[in-house]
Design a protein around this ligand. Structure first.
Ligand SMILES: Cc1cc2nc3c(=O)[nH]c(=O)nc-3n(C[C@H](O)[C@H](O)[C@H](O)COP(=O)(O)O)c2cc1C
Length: 232
């Protein structure tokens, strides 16, 4: 069966990828045959300058899934391109680099650096990370979303994917702004804003107070089940 997917001018052998941040930048996974069978690898988001991330605790389990507030810990784009990208390219799977920034200018600088690095299948703009203590995320504002995508599309040598946030009233409005600005695809979705309280300590179980919830599959099917009408 032909499962190939085309985004812009890039061809992917199948539609299965890892979500950014669930895979780090580490080489220990690259030898696994399952990794070589992926349609693409999306490594952890990188930023212009290195970031040390949020204070611990950064991850906690809840009955509904896992809350994380890593804070985009990463070595910065220059180190990423020099040290992390070469082994990643050798895996033989298309690479979609995920980037995030506080301003349109920084996004453009990063994309120019990625153009020079060559051979990438796409760039994913993480417009939706809920962990950097911003009041409004780019992905919560249609105008800001359109603006950054237009700027990036004007310089990018590769397809541009806009990764959106579920923490909005109407995601179709933001997705339409992304499409109107020329995004080649949207990536849905980043994590849901969440907090878990330690009732004995009377404080958040996460160092950053709030984080993003990755929703447990069984919680998804349980809630689908509990929404069904019960007999009797
Ligand atoms: C530990 C962890 C770290 C993450 N880091 C990033 C990140 O750096 N950049 C990003 O765009 N998304 C990040 N995410 C979000 C995931 O890429 C994904 O969007 C989210 O888990 C929802 O995926 P799902 O719909 O498959 O549950 C992270 C998620 C987790 C669990």
């Amino acid at each position: 069966m032909d499962l190939k997917v085309k985004i812009g001018n890039s061809l992917f052998p199948n539609p299965v990828t890892v979500a950014s941040g669930t895979f780090g930048h580490s080489e220990e996974f690259y030898g696994f045959p399952e990794v070589r069978g992926l349609g693409a690898i999306v490594p952890k988001t990188v930023t212009l300058k290195a970031q040390i991330g949020n204070p611990p605790r950064r991850i906690c389990e809840t009955p509904a899934g896992m809350i994380n507030a890593i804070g985009i810990e990463n070595p910065g784009i220059d180190v990423f391109i020099e040290k992390n990208l070469p082994p990643l390219k050798k895996v033989g799977v298309p690479v979609i680099v995920s980037i995030s920034a506080h301003s349109d200018d920084d996004f453009v600088i990063m994309v120019e650096k990625l153009n020079a690095a060559q051979g990438l299948a796409a760039v994913e703009l993480n417009l939706s990370c809920p962990n950097l203590q911003k009041k409004v995320l780019i992905a919560q504002d249609a105008e800001a979303t359109g603006s950054v995508i237009r700027r990036v599309k004007a310089v990018a040598d590769m397809p541009v994917i806009a990764k959106l946030s579920p923490n909005v009233t109407d995601i179709t409005e933001i997705a339409a702004a992304a499409e109107g600005a020329g995004a080649d695809a949207v990536s849905l979705v980043n994590t849901f804003s969440a907090m878990a309280i330690d009732i004995k300590k009377r404080r958040s179980r996460i160092g950053n107070f709030t984080g993003g919830l990755w929703v447990r599959r069984s919680a998804r099917s349980r809630s689908a089940w509990s929404a069904r009408p019960r007999p009797g």
